[in-house]
Design a protein around this ligand. Structure first.
Ligand code: SF4
Ligand code: SF4
Length: 738
């Protein structure tokens, strides 16, 4: 599109006092823009009206707004979608972080404006991808408490639901449950529930189709166009869905591995799951002899928080044991009941149940169980160290020992997935391995594996800090205990959250918009296939499995699965992947338009490629807090550090820029990268750059990666100053002036 660019410079919020705006406006004149205006209050009604008037009267179709950060005033600076709007951050990242009136402050503003003009010149308005035959139906896999709640909530919101349950009857784990822990004041007595009522109301809810005794044979396509094959009684039923909620729950940890706690040694050592079934059937007896249970001991964290078994806390077993102790105390207040625990994790209002059981006379022992021994009476004596009294405690003889075992997500049951790649391809791949198991839950027809990638212990969560319910497969939302260990109430809340995410997904995607974290973005990667070498980098490195391959290894993008991170763009050695408003060439030209003075002594230059998710907001926060930092830095926001293409480093070094910093999110096991492995990939790529620089006898220290989260913003001045100091010790970039 032929561009008519308007530049609008705000003088409010201290910008006018800090920067010589007439000198800044000369940049606009040099770039031959159609209009270049200064405004005392650009985000106000008059300021915005003036931009609209230029669009209507002067034909301005690309507005460069040089004012506050792109993260604020988004509503005020929102115009017709066919207009290009570029924001230049003069406020937080110049006026509020640099001394007023200085020449360096002006030069920083000028470079920021030059780069904004390049962006405006080279951007095109995105054309949204609208799926054909799009569906807003929601597929729920799993018909337990979470699945039924999610289905009900989404159906009540007006969405069609297809629910698939592998058992013949709905209910899942609940079918085995006698009563629930308290979920309303005073949180001291147990809760009744009626599973038949729940299943009947779901069956009567309009728009809900239920398949029982069924499994998901395959899922292909993407959000709003998932083609699902449901296998039931030997037949395949095709369904189209817009988004998917995975609610297949968890299973109790395999107690046969708990021989050290006497499981399998005596029939009277049982699991909490077994005890619940006994209460459900009103058949609470000692398994060994069918006699009534006169006393009992619960061992909490049985195989949990234990490096040899489940290293994590299952969060609900403490309360489940309190509930079962209450069963015994309600039946016989005099019955001796022990609870041996490491820490009582009765969070929130469950604390009141814990207190009630103390009043009921349950004996609580805090420590580590060191022995479970049968005595002459056929009962058990339990020995534990007691960290409160600092002395060993030995119980009286008890009839029954109940092990509170933890939860293993159903997604963790399976064989590790091995992608079909040659050894050579594996060695060349830069992508960190995903942990994917073949657990037969979704059977995705995705190049990167049939199930959801999981975190360390098999839970298929994604960015657990910022985006709960997200998985690494767009449009598929795990909920309930398959996502994280949780109790019944939290599972219901989780189901509601996942239902909202599933609805949000179909609504966004049906308008051609991205979901989290670039919610609303209508751009998507376009491939110039004539130059593709079938190297498979993009398919392997896409964190969301958005790119399949044909039989000749040509990439097959699925735009509705795409999160618009640009990792594929950074990965492609041929540089043939670009977005209409974000491309390798565009960032390269922004770098080339930074003014690099020939004289290093006066004006060294540092390029900071700042991830928009955490690093850029951290820079803004530093400005808001009026933290002053190095004046030589020039910031370019990038969608993710994973979108960094190595050619940018070459562009910057050949331009004479003295150092390049990649500023992004944390990576590693507890990653915070909003695109999962973008900053990790950037780190791998950076190692390669450093090797190349060393080979060229250029100091590899000129390129540095720093990890930062928003809350770390106070470190910004120190991070930038330290790098500047290092560059000072290296001296000027030898390419400077060429
Ligand atoms: S932009 Fe990101 S999510 Fe989309 S195809 Fe590329 S790597 Fe995958
Ligand atoms: S990374 Fe680029 S060259 Fe390689 S397969 Fe993908 S599009 Fe083709």
């Amino acid at each position: 599109m032929e561009k008519k660019i308007g530049v609008y410079i705000c003088s409010s919020c201290g910008i006018g006092e800090s920067i010589d705006l007439d000198a800044l406006s000369e940049v606009g004149a040099k770039y031959k823009v159609a209009v270049c205006r200064q405004d005392p209050f650009l985000c106000g009604h008059e300021g915005v009206s003036r931009i609209v008037a230029d669009m209507d009267g002067e034909g301005v179709n690309a507005a460069v707004i040089a004012a506050c950060s792109q993260r604020v005033m988004t509503d005020a600076f929102s115009f017709q979608p066919d207009k290009i709007i570029e924001r230049v951050n003069l406020r937080e990242q110049v006026a509020w972080s640099q001394p007023a009136g200085e020449e360096d402050t002006l030069m920083m503003a000028q470079d920021a404006l030059r780069m904004g003009l390049v962006r405006a010149r080279e951007s095109e308005p995105p054309e949204p991808f609208i799926a054909e035959d799009l569906s807003k139906r929601i597929l729920v896999v799993g018909g337990g408490l979470t699945g039924m709640t999610a289905a009900m909530e989404a159906a009540r919101a007006g969405y069609e639901i297809v629910l698939v349950e592998k058992e013949e009857k709905l209910g899942g784990y609940l079918k085995n449950v006698h009563r629930l822990p308290p979920c309303e004041p005073p949180y001291e007595s147990l809760q009744e529930f009626n599973l038949d009522d729940m299943t009947a109301s779901l069956a009567n809810q309009s728009g809900v189709t239920v398949y029982t005794g069924a499994t998901v044979a395959s899922v292909s396509g993407g959000p709003c166009m998932f083609d699902v094959e449901i296998q039931q009684n030997g037949t395949i039923n095709p369904e189209r869905a817009g988004s998917i909620i995975l609610a297949t729950g968890s299973v109790p940890y395999d107690a046969s591995r708990l021989g050290h706690l006497s499981y399998g040694v005596s029939a009277d050592v049982i699991t909490a799951y077994d005890l619940e079934a006994m209460f459900k059937k009103s058949e609470v007896k000692r398994p060994s002899n069918g006699q009534p249970v006169g006393s009992a001991a619960f061992i909490l964290c049985a195989g949990s928080r234990d490096a040899d078994h489940l290293p994590y806390c299952s969060s609900a077993c403490c309360v489940e044991s309190l509930k079962q102790a209450k069963y015994f105390k309600e039946a016989n207040p005099q019955m001796p009941v022990y609870i041996f625990y490491k820490d009582m994790r009765s969070t929130g209002s469950y604390e009141l149940l814990y207190k009630q059981l103390q009043k009921d006379g349950v004996i609580f022992v805090r420590g580590t169980v060191t022995g479970i021994d049968e005595d002459d009476s056929g009962g058990f004596v339990i020995t534990s160290d007691d960290i409160l009294t600092r002395s060993p405690v030995v119980s009286e003889s008890v009839d029954l020992v109940v092990l509170a075992t933890g939860m293993v997500p159903t997604s963790a049951l399976g064989e590790p997935f091995k992608a079909q790649t040659s050894q050579e391809e594996e060695e060349q791949s830069q992508a960190p391995a995903d942990s994917i198991l073949i657990s037969n839950l979704l059977n995705l027809k995705y190049r990167q594996g049939p199930e959801l990638p999981a975190l360390e212990h098999g839970f298929p969560d994604s960015h657990f800090i910022c985006f709960p319910y997200e998985s690494r497969r767009t449009g598929i939302y795990p909920a309930g205990s398959v996502r994280a260990p949780m109790d019944y109430e939290r599972a219901k809340h989780d189901a509601m959250g996942a239902a909202l995410k599933a609805i949000q997904c179909v609504e966004m995607v049906s308008q051609g918009k991205a979901v989290h974290p670039r919610a609303g973005d209508q751009s998507y990667p376009e491939f110039f296939m004539q130059r593709c070498t079938q190297c498979k980098r993009c398919t392997e490195e896409c964190p969301f499995g958005a790119i399949n391959e044909d039989e000749k290894a040509n990439p097959l993008p699925n735009p509705t699965r795409c999160r618009r991170c640009g990792v594929c763009m950074g990965a492609c050695p041929e540089r043939i992947i670009s977005f209409r408003n974000y491309s390798v060439g565009m960032v390269g030209n922004m770098i080339k338009n930074i003014n690099v003075p020939d004289e290093y002594d006066e004006k060294p230059r540092i390029l900071v490629l700042a991830c928009e998710n955490d690093a850029y907001p951290a820079l803004d926060m530093a400005g808001i807090s009026r933290l002053s930092y190095n004046p030589w830095v020039r910031f370019i926001p990038v969608r993710c550090l994973g979108s960094m293409n190595l050619v940018w480093i070459a562009d910057a070094l050949s331009k004479g820029i003295d150092g390049i910093m990649l500023l992004g999110c944390r990576h590693g096991d507890d990653y915070q990268c909003h695109f999962i492995k973008g900053s990790e990939l950037a780190n791998i790529r950076m190692t390669k750059i450093q090797e190349t620089l060393n080979r060229l006898v250029l100091e590899s220290d000129r390129v540095r990666l720093e990890q930062i989260s928003i809350t770390d913003y106070s470190r910004i001045p120190e991070i930038l100053d330290n790098f500047a100091e290092k560059l000072n010790s290296l001296g000027p970039n030898p390419y400077k002036g060429y």
